[in-house]
Ligand binder design. Structure first.
Ligand SMILES: *[C@@H]1O[C@H](CO)[C@@H](O)[C@H](O)[C@H]1NC(C)=O
Ligand SMILES: *[C@@H]1O[C@H](CO)[C@@H](O)[C@H](O)[C@H]1NC(C)=O
Ligand SMILES: *[C@@H]1O[C@H](CO)[C@@H](O)[C@H](O)[C@H]1NC(C)=O
Ligand SMILES: *[C@@H]1O[C@H](CO)[C@@H](O)[C@H](O)[C@H]1NC(C)=O
Ligand SMILES: *[C@@H]1O[C@H](CO)[C@@H](O)[C@H](O)[C@H]1NC(C)=O
Ligand SMILES: *[C@@H]1O[C@H](CO)[C@@H](O)[C@H](O)[C@H]1NC(C)=O
Ligand SMILES: *[C@@H]1O[C@H](CO)[C@@H](O)[C@H](O)[C@H]1NC(C)=O
Ligand SMILES: *[C@@H]1O[C@H](CO)[C@@H](O)[C@H](O)[C@H]1NC(C)=O
Length: 774
């Protein structure tokens, strides 16, 4: 009877009864019994828990044989020594006191009146109207409990170890762009360092990681709309089943279920894991510097040292490895005999090399490392040899990795040949050399240090972290992912000034077909510049622009991933196909190109000058709509790559004359010029320059000009059925666009208005003199 009443009471007054009030003046001592305040259910407690040689203040889930800490106050401060006390002071603050000082845990301008340990695991301070003035749920450390949220720009840090709750090696960031992303904690928030992401970017701002009572972990926007489910939920909710999501010591987010036994036992199991056991080596930093990670069995990984390296601490393999020999004699003549190369199959480290050799054979790569005193490891793949800098990071061995690594090791029987040969002079030279390299080393260390400080400042001076995966719909692909997607760049579907294009499909995206463009001949801009350009391109959205899906910026690789345009280029359509498009189609395509360009020039956030408008940079999608490609690349490519000098000098190509004039700035009007040429080509379905045509028709512009003046424009379109009035209008627009004087050329907006007849197309000025080009 009593239990029934109790249950009913809980249902009727859940808020009042699911917490026990702690009044001002209450004090806990490390050695008092109990040294914690329990929740009414007894499942959670807030107080002192043992840590190292002392105690920390926190919240835990009680259970035998072991409590599970879910929150820690001041986690990075040293543990407090026995004898300290935790006081809810008479002025409403929560402090830890020892003999000499006071450490504040919670205290706001609003004075708390009462504190409570809630059954949810939340420890709260209430004001005089029972309003919450402080709660542990507002400051998650490494764990979320049911109803707790990780808000926008909030971070969970993994703990250092099972016995030390200080912030450890990994961080899980609820990014402002709506993505939940895991990084090593000591890395910058850059795409190349992340190792797990929720991939939920859809321009949703203010997204929080949320935990529902039925164990569903999901990302929700500020109105509660589910952006993405991480786990399914729908698990039983009862008084003896508790859920917890912890960003564990090993950098993996896991969902746990706990069954509370009647006698205080705690039965836990993992319901979900962001990264599965066999993929745990993908956690960047799972193993320490100079080591590499390999799967031991289905659930366990092992950190191993490459040959020639030893564990820094043999009892803690994940702390990394150190070189077990000194190679300072390497610079002496004949020293190569002291070294050999040992091979590690399917092993790779982070791509951060001081030298790349390509194309080379495997043997040449191995030899290059042996003969290079700075080289300790060389990685070989695709006829390319990378010599990474030390220390090596993020090492990984997996049979699916095609990279082979060569490790230089010192022969143990050094025979002392070198030492014997060393005369006094050599010894002195050696000492001088070593001293000199120490100076260099120290100063470069200083440079690196100041540089890092600088980059951190840059990062923190922005009020928001740089959104790596973008506040845009762009995916950052790894080179490996794209190699898989394209079957190792098997099927080439195009080649342009900026690089080769390959066909591929994204298995993780339901086999969505993509076009992958490997950029060549880039200007030597850094990654940051490249990512900035990608963001600009990624923000452009128009139905007449080919959409960029993502990019890869890894080492020297710069790759763009676009949606695949099934019907090839406009060039193929109007110049090659047997069946030429009808007049209606030609005007439609021209208008679509004009609209795409207009958007680039005037409607997107950052004005984009295309610089290379030509039929091969206009692609046709499934429904035969024209879409402009390769926009935004001109800044990335070396200047002479953006334009194609295939047209003999003195004739008119797609490039506006101002490209050849040194002191004239290139503006959007240069694109208008190229568009004019393109328009004439589309209308007539022939190339600007056709050497197979009769002599007086070779140059399209001049021929059309003559036909126009002679009133014989029909000749230009051959047999095609056209609307003559429209044809004349189009040709006139084309002539306006190719004026030598940039100011005379219309804007793309005016072009569109002339095309659809909103404004009248005036007769064009007399043809420019072709010598004006030079
Ligand atoms: C806790 O304190 C509040 C306000 O002081 C009161 O309304 C509530 O009944 C108290 N709860 C218990 C269990 O004493
Ligand atoms: C007492 O606490 C203060 C403040 O947290 C700390 O600086 C000091 O080292 C502590 N002293 C002892 C003996 O623990
Ligand atoms: C949350 O998402 C829903 C559905 O997309 C949308 O209607 C709502 O406006 C969003 N809320 C906010 C604050 O963005
Ligand atoms: C997420 O899961 C809930 C409950 O299982 C379901 O109702 C909802 O439709 C799911 N939402 C998405 C976006 O998958
Ligand atoms: C609570 O749910 C768990 C999980 O299904 C179940 O094993 C347990 O028996 C339930 N306990 C009660 C008291 O219903
Ligand atoms: C009590 O707890 C122990 C573990 O501490 C467990 O082995 C045992 O089965 C439990 N007994 C009951 C009745 O739940
Ligand atoms: C260095 O490592 C190599 C290969 O792992 C081993 O054969 C050698 O004995 C080690 N040398 C020293 C000095 O530990
Ligand atoms: C290689 O990696 C894949 C994917 O990460 C994983 O499923 C597989 O178990 C790994 N294989 C080995 C031998 O480590």
């Amino acid at each position: 009877m009593a239990t029934v009443f109790f249950v009913i009471f809980i249902y009727l007054f859940p808020a009042a009864k699911s917490q026990s009030n702690i009044t001002k003046g209450s004090t806990l001592f490390t050695n008092s019994s109990p040294n914690f305040w329990p929740s009414p259910s007894g499942h959670f407690a807030f107080g002192f828990y043992p840590s190292g040689n002392g105690f920390k203040v926190g919240t835990w889930l009680t259970g035998r044989p072991r409590n599970t800490v879910v929150w820690t106050a001041q986690r990075n401060e040293p543990a407090v020594l026995p004898g300290a006390s935790l006081v809810f002071t008479s002025d409403g603050r929560l402090v830890v006191q020892n003999f000499t000082g006071v450490q504040l845990i919670a205290g706001t301008y609003q004075r708390a009146q009462v504190a409570a340990m809630h059954d949810s695991g939340n420890f709260l301070l209430y004001g005089s109207d029972m309003e919450v003035v402080w709660a542990t749920f507002q400051f998650p450390t490494n764990t979320l409990l049911v109803t707790q949220e990780l808000g926008p720009d909030k971070i969970l840090y993994s703990s250092k170890s099972d016995d030390d709750d200080s912030a450890g090696n990994f961080k899980l960031w609820m990014q402002g762009d709506g993505n939940l992303v895991a990084y090593p904690s000591k890395s910058l928030q850059m795409a190349k360092y992340f190792y797990w992401a929720s991939h939920s970017t859809n321009r949703a701002p203010d997204v929080s990681l949320t935990f529902a009572a039925d164990s569903r972990l999901y990302l929700a926007n500020s109105t509660g709309f589910t952006v993405r489910n991480l786990t399914e939920g729908r698990l039983p909710v009862n008084k003896t089943t508790l859920y917890r999501a912890t960003f564990d010591v090993d950098g993996v987010l896991r969902l746990y279920q706990h069954q509370m036994g009647t006698n205080g036992s705690l039965n836990s199991n993992v319901l979900w894991s962001a990264i599965n056991g066999e993929d745990r080596c993908s956690v960047k930093g799972a193993c320490g510097l100079n080591s590499y990670c390999a799967n031991k069995d289905a659930d366990n990984i092992a950190c191993l040292c490459p040959p020639g390296f030893d564990f820094v601490d043999p009892n803690q393999p994940d702390k990394g490895c150190k070189l077990n020999f000194s190679n300072s004699d390497c610079f002496l003549k004949g020293a190569n005999d002291n070294y050999m190369i040992s091979t590690l199959e399917n092993t790779v480290w982070e791509r951060d090399e001081y030298e790349v050799l390509t194309p080379v054979s495997e043997e040449a790569c191995s030899k290059a490392c042996l003969e290079d005193c700075y080289c300790v490891v060389a990685m070989f793949r695709d006829q390319t040899c990378f010599k990474p800098k030390l220390p090596l990071r993020y090492g990984l061995k997996n049979s699916s990795i095609p990279t082979k690594s060569f490790v230089k090791v010192r022969l143990t029987s050094t025979k002392n040949v070198i030492t014997k040969k060393i005369g006094k002079e050599l010894l002195i030279t050696g000492v001088v050399l070593i001293a000199f390299s120490l100076v260099i080393f120290a100063s470069s260390g200083y440079l690196i240090y100041t540089h890092q400080i600088w980059s951190l400042k840059v990062m923190t001076s922005q009020d928001r972290p740089p959104d790596v995966l973008g506040d845009i719909n762009l995916t950052s692909f790894s080179y490996h992912q794209l190699a898989v997607a394209t079957d190792d760049f098997m099927e080439e579907i195009g080649k342009g000034a900026s690089g080769r294009v390959y066909k591929g499909s994204l298995p993780e995206n339901g086999g969505k077909e993509i076009a992958v463009k490997r950029l060549e001949k880039l200007v030597d801009d850094g990654e940051r510049e490249f990512q900035n350009e990608m963001k600009i391109i990624g923000r452009t959205h128009h139905k007449n622009l080919v959409r960029l899906i993502g990019f890869c910026c890894e080492g020297s690789h710069r790759i763009l991933v676009y949606e695949l345009m099934k019907n090839g280029s406009l060039g193929n359509l109007i110049f090659k196909d047997k069946k030429q498009p009808s007049w209606k189609e030609r005007t439609k395509i021209t208008l679509e190109v004009a609209k795409g360009l207009h958007y680039l020039h005037e409607e997107c956030e950052t004005k984009i000058i295309h610089c290379d408008i030509k039929p091969h940079n206009v692609l046709m999608d499934e429904s035969m709509s024209a879409k402009i490609s390769d926009f935004g690349l001109s800044k990335l490519l070396k200047p002479d790559q953006t334009r194609t000098y295939t047209i003999p000098r003195g004739t008119r190509g797609y490039e506006a004359p101002e490209w050849h004039r040194n002191n004239t700035p290139v503006t959007t009007k240069a694109d208008v010029y190229s568009f004019g040429i393109l328009l004439l080509e589309i209308v007539s379905c022939r190339k600007n320059l056709d050497l197979s045509a009769p002599d007086d028709e070779i140059i399209l512009m001049d021929w059309v000009q003559r036909c126009y003046e002679a009133g014989e424009l029909k000749k230009v379109v051959g047999e095609a059925e056209v609307n003559l009035e429209e044809l004349e209008k189009m040709v006139k627009i084309g002539f306006w666009c190719v004026q030598t004087e940039t100011d005379l050329r219309p804007t793309m907006k005016q072009v569109i208005l002339m095309m659809d007849g909103t404004i009248v197309t005036p007769p064009p000025p007399p043809p420019p003199n072709s010598s004006a080009n030079n």
